[in-house]
Design a protein around this ligand. Structure first.
Ligand SMILES: O=C(O)CCC(=O)C(=O)O
Length: 332
């Protein structure tokens, strides 16, 4: 669902595959899993839980220390900036706390998204076809969605600004790239499945955008990231948001930051709900490593292509790990 700046829709970048509604499938007692969802989970890849004492834990960044400290030479500021830099380089994934989005907005958003998923299928089908009906039937969701998107966009922009500082990028370049970016959103509902290892919620992939902010709406586990070849389960902290580096940021940072492969698995007993918001540079920009970083590293590790072309290539492919990023790499 694209929520703002419809310019990219007019350009028609392509779209995600249309697949059968999992909510409807879950209501029927089906005997086989449709091929789009059937998947044998890799049994040979060790799964680690963040509860395990020996599992390194996903970094938590306290944004208050970054945003509230106008004195950028202060110890608190530099400490948190360094944490952000290390998390972006080594994990490509972190949780943010004290992010500034009010608890009441997050609660309204959760309520309206749940109501949306609980609409009868016939109502949802009407929404696909008639935009005016959407305005009436889910006007409550649309209002909250708009407020939520504004806040998430602000948050993504400030985090990217801080990343630019940590990378020692030219400040004008980061502003130019990300000041009027576009945002899109995916709302995910994963019903419970009795044999969760036979069904995939979302295949392993990295995100094509610059930065993704995931809001997990309930406490069911399911999001896993690939860290050093092992799948690590993520357990979000209360009121935290999950942030991951996308392929665009790996390219812009000339490979210093890493986009992270992740997947969503289904749970045997409980449903899971999440909303991912993808923030990207302005569609009219040229995608490539930042000039200031190429000058510093004395090498460009990725090609330069118009962002529009990049997205058309992305939507023409299946989600498949980090394979699309490989195409963007320059031979060293
Ligand atoms: O469900 C999740 O937590 C992950 C969602 C996600 O990766 C996506 O929508 O691209």
């Amino acid at each position: 669902m694209s929520t703002e700046n419809n310019k990219e829709e007019a350009i028609n970048l392509g779209r995600s595959l249309i697949v059968p509604s999992v909510q409807e499938l879950a209501k029927r007692s089906i005997t086989h899993i449709p091929p789009e969802y059937a998947h044998q989970l890799d049994q040979d890849q060790l799964l680690l839980s963040c509860d395990d004492v020996l599992t390194p834990s996903v970094p938590v960044i306290d944004l208050q220390s970054l945003f509230a400290n106008t004195i950028e030479s202060s110890v608190e500021y530099l400490f948190e900036l360094n944490k952000l830099h290390t998390a972006s380089k080594e994990w490509g994934f972190f949780q943010v706390i004290n992010h500034g989005i009010s608890e009441s907005l997050l609660a309204d958003f959760k309520r309206d998204v749940l109501n949306f998923f609980n609409l009868p299928m016939e109502e949802k089908k009407k929404l696909w076809q008639e935009e005016d009906k959407m305005k009436v039937s889910v006007s409550c969701l649309l209002q909250t969605l708009e407020a939520y998107c504004v806040e998430i966009k602000k948050l993504a922009t400030v985090i990217l600004g801080q990343m630019g500082k940590a990378l020692e990028m030219d400040e004008d370049q980061i502003n130019e790239l990300f000041h009027d970016g576009f945002q899109s959103m995916r709302m995910n509902h994963y019903p419970p499945r009795p044999q969760p290892n036979m069904a995939m919620g979302l295949s392993p992939h990295s995100d094509a955008g610059a930065l993704t902010i995931v809001n997990q709406l309930n406490t069911t586990d399911g999001l896993e990231i690939r860290k050093d070849g092992k799948w690590v389960t993520i357990k979000p902290l209360p009121n935290a948001l999950l942030v991951n580096i996308g392929d665009i940021m790996e390219i812009v940072s000339n490979g210093v930051y890493k986009s992270i492969e992740h997947r969503a698995i289904v749970n045997a007993h409980s449903e899971r709900l999440s909303v991912a918001t993808f923030y990207c540079s302005n569609i009219a920009t040229l995608l490539g490593p930042a000039k200031s970083l190429v000058a510093k590293h004395k090498v460009a590790n990725f090609k330069q292509i118009p962002l529009e072309e990049y997205f058309k290539g992305f939507f023409a492919r299946k989600l498949d790990g980090k394979s699309y990023l490989e195409i963007m790499k320059l031979e060293s």
